[in-house]
Every structure is written in C-alpha cells, then in structure tokens.
Write a protein that binds this ligand. Structure first.
Ligand code: A3P
Length: 294
C-alpha cells in the first residue's frame, strides 16, 4: 500500500507563507541561475498555469502533439521552488540538467523571484484569474492535494484567502506586484477569462510575445489540443501521473471544471457581498480589469 502523506504546514519567507519544505530549501531557490533564453510562467496558484504551460509547449514545438506528449507537464516544465517532505527541490535539480531555453513554472510573488530572472532578461508570462474563481479552485485543490495544508471549512477558507494566509500569500498583492512592473520588464500579463473567451486570440498573443508566428492550421490545432476536455483526457497534461496518495481524486480532479463563474455555485449572497467589499477596498490602489463572468 502507498505511504500515507503528511500535509505540510506553512512557514514564512520575507513575510510570505510557503510550504515548509520550500522554506527549508530556500537558499537554493534564491540562488537559482536563469538564462536569457529561459521562459518563466508565473501565477498565483490555480490561475491556469497548467493550461498556459501546455499552450506554450505547443507553440514552441510548432503544434506537434506527439512532442508535447513526451513527458508529464511538471517534467517538461519544472516547478522552480517546489520541495516536498519526500523530495527537496526536484524542480531545480531537473532544471540544472536541462539546456536553455527552459520553460519554468513558479508561483512566487514578484519580490521573491530569484534576481537572475531580471538580470538575465528572461521572458516572463504572468497569468491572472479573478479572485472568486481562484478561491474556489484553490479550495478544491487543497482538499485533493495531500501535500497542501488542510483547507478546513469553506467559510474559514475564504477568510484565509482574503487575509493572504494561504500558500504563496496574498492573491491581491501577487496580481498587483506583477501588474505594476509589467511595462517596465519583459512581462506578458494575461487573464484566464480572456483565454476562455477567445483562446485563439490569446494563443496568438502568447506566440507573438515568444517571437513565433503561427499559421492558421497550427493555431487551430493548438486551440483544439488545449481545450479543457482535451487536456483532461491527456495523461501528459492532466496530472494523472501523480499517485493517488498525493492527489486524492475522490475529493476533486486536478482539471476540475475549468470555467469562469463557478464561484456562483459556492459563495452565498452574504459571502459574496463581504468578498466584494473587501476586493474593492484592497484593489483600490491598482486598477486591474478582472472579469468575474464572461
Ligand atoms: P478549476 O479548479 O476551476 O477547474 P493551475 O494549473 O494554475 O493549478 O490551475 C488549475 C485550474 O485551471 C483548474 O480550475 C483547472 O481546471 C483549470 N484548467 C486547466 N486546464 C484548463 C483548460 N484547458 N481550460 C480551462 N481551464 C483549465
């Protein structure tokens, strides 16, 4: 029988709560050496990281589905800061064996990113998703991922989200941090809701940022290969390689719903009003065009 996994606690690095094993190995993350050809995909958790990774890998391989099925997502595009109780910095270990251009995933807020990304001028794609759907998605993820801290009840979870007490800290500060820097640095800032509304347009924009031009055929192919249904069926994109003692699929799937507006099925009218009030206050210093429905 597979080992029982113990959920991690959170500890802080420079005031940001992260999984305890990541904090244990923080020096290694801080010292990570990025190359100019590297591409970083960075998000607050549950913003559509995996979806964007699949799109980017397909763009880089001319829409070749077989090439992109060469390995699971986290092997193709390692998770920079990740460490678990069983494996210290597997992402960095793997990245050190890869030649640039490497595609790297991270959830770090801008102030915690290793400096070498800015020094080397690596391209950065930031994906943002409206906070209500992010909150719902994170809650279900914490229910199913046995390495993440215990989510506790739904009402308390909302409070933790609003107060920035979940892993990787405040959603509000995260999205603002990259937004404020996007025009000064090499950052392509995109929205989950836009990808959902018009995937072809957003894929073309990503391709342009990466210096690629996609033919109509290749673009259509990438749109088809990265629909929610196609990715859900794709064992190299749906995290089915993660063992069941870590991802409890009885609690939730990793590719769960992939929708805009699922928050309406979770937040009561009172909860929604409180969330909304807090959102308006917290975001008043930075206008980011988030959409809660499309
Ligand atoms: P839900 O929990 O709302 O379904 P991340 O990769 O950053 O962890 O984000 C996971 C979220 O993105 C999940 O949201 C997942 O279903 C959604 N997602 C992944 N691939 C998608 C796709 N191709 N289309 C739409 N949503 C997708």
């Amino acid at each position: 029988m597979a080992d029982k996994v113990t959920r991690c606690t959170l500890q802080e690095v420079h005031g940001i709560p992260l999984l305890e094993p990541i904090v244990q190995h923080w020096e290694k993350v801080e010292a990570f050496q990025a190359f100019p050809e590297d591409l970083l995909i960075v998000t607050y958790p549950k913003a559509g990281t995996t979806w964007t990774q699949e799109i980017v890998d397909l763009i880089l391989h001319g829409g070749d589905a077989e090439m992109v099925r060469r390995a699971p997502t986290n092997t193709r595009m390692p998770f920079l800061e990740f460490s678990s109780p069983k494996a210290s910095h597997p992402g960095i270990t793997q990245l050190e064996k890869m030649d640039p251009p490497r595609v790297i995933k991270s959830h770090l807020p801008i102030q915690l990113l290793p400096k070498s990304f800015w020094e080397s001028g690596s391209k950065v794609i930031y994906v943002a998703r409206n906070p209500k759907d992010t909150l719902v998605s994170y809650f279900h993820f914490d229910r199913m991922n046995m390495v993440q801290p215990e989510p506790g009840p739904w009402s308390g979870y909302q409070k933790k989200f609003m107060e920035g007490q979940l892993g990787w800290g405040s959603w509000y500060e995260h999205v603002k941090g990259y937004w404020k820097e996007k025009d000064k640095r090499n950052i392509h800032y995109l929205f989950f809701e836009d990808m959902k509304e018009n995937p072809a347009r957003e894929i073309q924009r990503i391709a342009k940022f990466l210096g690629h031009r996609l033919s109509e055929d290749i673009l259509n192919n990438i749109v088809q290969l990265t629909t929610f249904d196609a990715m859900r069926e794709n064992p190299m994109a749906n995290y089915s390689s993660v063992p069941g003692n870590i991802f409890d699929r009885k609690a939730s799937d990793f590719l769960r719903k992939g929708e805009v507006g699922d928050w309406k099925n979770h937040l009561s009218p009172e909860e929604n009003a409180a969330f909304e009030k807090h959102y308006v206050e917290t975001m008043s210093d930075c206008e980011i065009p988030f959409r809660f429905v499309i």
